[in-house]
Structure formats: C-alpha cells, structure tokens
Design a protein around this ligand. Structure first.
Ligand SMILES: NC(=O)C1=CN([C@@H]2O[C@H](COP(=O)(O)OP(=O)(O)OC[C@H]3O[C@@H](n4cnc5c(N)ncnc54)[C@H](OP(=O)(O)O)[C@@H]3O)[C@@H](O)[C@H]2O)C=CC1
Ligand SMILES: CC(=O)N[C@@H](CCC(=O)OP(=O)(O)O)C(=O)O
Length: 286
C-alpha cells in the first residue's frame, strides 16, 4: 500500500520513539489495521534512517523515514503513540499540539501522586516549568488498563499505558479484590521478565554474557513499579494495599510470569478464584 493510500485511512498515527522495541511492536500491530495509518515516525540517534534499516523484519512496510522529534510535523497526525524513555516523555508530551490523542507507553503519567513519582523515579519533573504543566496534563490522563477501565480509555485524550509487571499483577488481582475473595494483607509477588523489557539501548547489565544461563532479582523492595501496583490494587479495594514485589531477569528475550501469593478470604476456595477470573475475562465467541 502506498503512503498516499494510508493517509486516507481514518486515523493518522505518529509514532514517537519508533526505533525502540515498543515502537517496532506498535508498527507490527498497526501494519494491517483497517483504520490506522502511520504518517510520522521519530527517533533520536537513528533519526534520518528508515524503519527497515533498523528492524529488517519491517522492510516490506511502506513507512515514513524517521525524523527527530524537534523536526516533527504533526499537521497530518491525529493520534500519537509515545514510545520514549520515562522522564524524556513529559517534556515532549507537554509540547504536543492539543488536537492529538496520546497513548503514552512510558511511566510518566501512570501515578496520580506527583510526589510519589518523584520519590520512586528518583528525579524531579525535568523541565523547569513542568511543575506547573504536569498537574494539568496529569489530570487528563487515564490509566489504560483496558480490561478495567475500557469506557474511560475510549474518551481519554491521554492514555497512560500500564507497566509490564503491573499489568501482569493487576489483571488477576483486581477482579479477586473487587469480589472480596482475597485478603488485602500479605500479598507477595514474584515476577520474572525477559530482557526486552529493558529496552533496546545498550546496557552492561543486559549483555548476553551477563544474562545467559542465569537468573537474578533486582530492585528488591524499591522497584519503580511498586507504587503503580499499589495504586491499582488500592483503587480496587478502596483502601490502602501494600505488596511485597520482587522482579527477576530471566535468560530469555520476551515474556513475563508473575507468581502471586495471597490469603483467601474465609470460606473461599481455589475453585472460587478460578470461577471469578473466568467470569471476569469471559470471551463470548459468536
Ligand atoms: N520494552 C518493553 O517491554 C516495554 C517498555 N515500556 C516503556 O515504553 C517506553 C519505550 O520503551 P522501549 O521501546 O523498550 O525503549 P527503547 O530504548 O527500545 O527505545 C526508546 C526510543 O526512544 C528514542 N529516544 C531515546 N531518547 C530520546 C530522547 N532524548 N528524545 C527523543 N527520543 C528518544 C529512541 O531513539 P534512538 O533509537 O534513535 O536512540 C528509541 O526510538 C519506555 O518508557 C519504557 O519504559 C512499556 C512497556 C513495555
Ligand atoms: C527487564 C526490565 O528491565 N524491565 C523493566 C520494566 C519494563 C516495562 O515494560 O515497564 P515500563 O513500561 O514501566 O518500562 C524494569 O524493570 O524497569
């Protein structure tokens, strides 16, 4: 399909941070989508390159050349996916034209409490005037765990896409908490992730020789996803929930497993938990 035909599709998409792992995933998901066409792509170090040269498996896709965000023209864009590092994202989002719908994959708009963001992410909001701008944008953000807040997501201007570990933990626990099947205390979460979760940027700790044939825990007691997990579970419970969460890095590229230990409410059986999860995520086949 030619770019000109793509422009006729209903929703014109800008992809910010297209040259990273999540950018490539968005391209894959949108490639044959009937309503979306990609009209703008940005990169940082790889600005000026084609997507096919960065990700050879996408070479057959007819995509615009990646440009730097500062050179991006949003006049032919209706919605953007932000696939940028957290911290960087706030500054870029606050400068985007108001007509754009935004899906942000970073962590910048997930936490309602800005003080909590600064504490767990170990950085103030980066632009000097952002303290003024951030609360306004933050109020517009909907936490985009679709299964839990589908209607809010539909109408949002800014969707804060949940983190990987928090997704794997909230999807099973939120329905059980709402149905009062589990206790709010002593929730212990043991999660395992593949290495692509750390992004494509080169880091010593993610070298093959560091990762292969081993497993290690990291961020013990202080991983930045703790407040996000607690925010979602506390919302479901309508009271404060604290969790013990330990992530592990596995010698694999993709994938995630979270094993969650809970106390069942009095009289509840394991079968009750399964029934509730089946009911909550029932797929109606036509
Ligand atoms: N990897 C995963 O499984 C998941 C990641 N996320 C989150 O999504 C976001 C993107 O992650 P991921 O794709 O893995 O990251 P990558 O490191 O793979 O890609 C980051 C992208 O942002 C660009 N970029 C980096 N710095 C800047 C900057 N200062 N200004 C403009 N563009 C910049 C990079 O350009 P270039 O390549 O040219 O340097 C690249 O396109 C992160 O916030 C991450 O936390 C969310 C869910 C899952
Ligand atoms: C293996 C690894 O490093 N994982 C990342 C989380 C990846 C993820 O998808 O979460 P975000 O959307 O918040 O980036 C980490 O532990 O920080």
């Amino acid at each position: 399909m030619q770019s000109s035909e793509k422009n006729k599709k209903e929703v014109r998409i800008g992809l910010l941070g297209a040259s990273g792992y999540t950018g490539a995933e968005i391209v894959r998901l949108l490639a044959n989508h009937p309503y979306f066409g990609i009209t703008l792509m940005t990169a940082d170090r790889k600005a000026g390159q084609s997507m096919g040269s960065v990700f050879p498996h996408l070479i057959t896709q007819d995509l615009p050349t990646m440009v730097s965000v500062k050179d991006a023209d949003f006049s032919s864009v209706d919605a953007v996916f932000c696939c940028l590092p957290h911290g960087t994202t706030q500054e870029i989002i606050k400068g985007l034209p108001r007509h754009l719908k935004i899906v942000d994959l970073s962590a910048d708009f997930r936490l309602r409490d800005i003080a909590e963001y600064e504490e767990w992410y170990g950085q103030p909001h980066s632009a000097s005037d952002l303290q003024l701008v951030f609360p306004i944008i933050q109020k517009e953000a909907v936490y985009g765990l679709t299964e839990i807040s589908r209607e809010d997501v539909k109408n949002a201007r800014l969707v804060a896409n949940p983190g990987c570990y928090p997704t794997s933990i909230q999807l099973p626990l939120v329905p059980l908490i709402k149905a009062k099947l589990i206790e709010h205390r002593n929730i212990i979460i043991d999660s395992k992730s593949g290495v692509s979760g750390a992004g494509r940027g080169a880091k010593e700790a993610n070298l093959y020789s560091e990762i292969a044939e081993g497993i290690y825990s990291y961020g013990v007691t202080k991983h930045r996803h703790v407040p996000e997990i607690e925010q979602g579970l506390s919302d479901a419970a309508q009271s404060k929930i604290n969790v013990s969460f330990t992530p592990h890095l596995m010698p694999m590229i993709r994938g995630m497993q979270s094993t969650i230990y809970i106390e069942m409410s009095q009289g509840v059986t394991v079968e009750d938990l399964y029934q509730q999860l089946r009911k909550s995520y029932e797929v109606h086949l036509i």
